[in-house]
Design a protein around this ligand. Structure first.
Ligand code: CA
Length: 229
């Protein structure tokens, strides 16, 4: 079963930095893609939405700040977490980055370890289902790196859609989601499927979870939630 890997886009024109960052983030189990210009990055984002962007300030065609403004102004991409990589340590530049919608910044030279820690913290905050930490509820644990689900440490068989659904529920416990919210958040709004398809996948998920199926609650006329209560 191949669940979607967390994809990080690094926009940086210095090959040595790209190489270093790519190496250390891949170690964390992430898929790392690189773009050397803002134009290349923009094209990438249209094709495939990354879960996090590491954005250099000084790029050959335009500044990273311009690209950041473009991302934040676009309804489809405005929520993507962005960390600015900058050689500029001037206070006003940091402020400009944050004012323009950067979630965090790292000043060069930085240690890959620090960058990784910042990236993980940001993903935990903004998109916990992509943070790569093992998630659990009751006897159920989900490992996003190996893409496996276990009940009392025994691995179970689970389909791709059910895996994504469970991961989303585990990231947002004790919260009710409507079918259309689940479609949006789990399948993405570019996917055209009917709301009752959600019911089918919830049914399959419960079946896969066996005796732990009671974790997934139906909230009548609203939707579904994961609850340990
Ligand atoms: Ca640069």
């Amino acid at each position: 079963m191949a669940a979607e890997k967390t994809t990080i886009l690094i926009v940086e024109d210095e090959p040595a930095i790209v190489e270093l960052v790519t190496f250390s983030l891949r170690e964390a189990g992430w898929n790392v893609c690189a773009a050397a210009t803002t134009a290349e990055a923009w094209e990438f984002i249209q094709r495939r939405m990354p879960h996090l962007i590491l954005l250099d300030w000084m790029l050959p065609d335009q500044t990273g700040l311009r690209l950041l403004a473009r991302i934040r102004a676009d309804r489809n991409f405005s929520e993507i977490p962005v960390i600015m990589l900058t050689a500029k340590s001037m206070e006003e530049d940091k402020i400009a980055g944050l004012n323009n919608g950067a979630d965090d910044y790292v000043t060069k030279p930085f240690s890959p370890r620090e960058l990784l820690a910042r990236a993980k913290a940001l993903l935990r905050r903004k998109a916990p289902e992509h943070a790569q930490a093992v998630m659990s509820a009751g006897a159920v644990t989900l490992d996003p790196v190996s893409c496996t689900v276990a009940i009392d440490s025994n691995k179970i068989d689970i389909g791709h859609a059910e895996f994504k659904l469970l991961k989303f529920f585990l990231a947002h416990p004790e919260r009710v989601f409507s079918r259309s919210q689940l479609l949006d958040k789990v399948w993405g709004d570019h996917v055209v499927i009917e709301e009752r398809t959600v019911d089918v996948h919830v049914l399959r998920l419960r079946k896969a979870l066996k005796e732990s199926e009671k974790l997934i609650k139906t909230v009548r006329s609203v939707g579904y939630m994961l609850s340990e209560k």
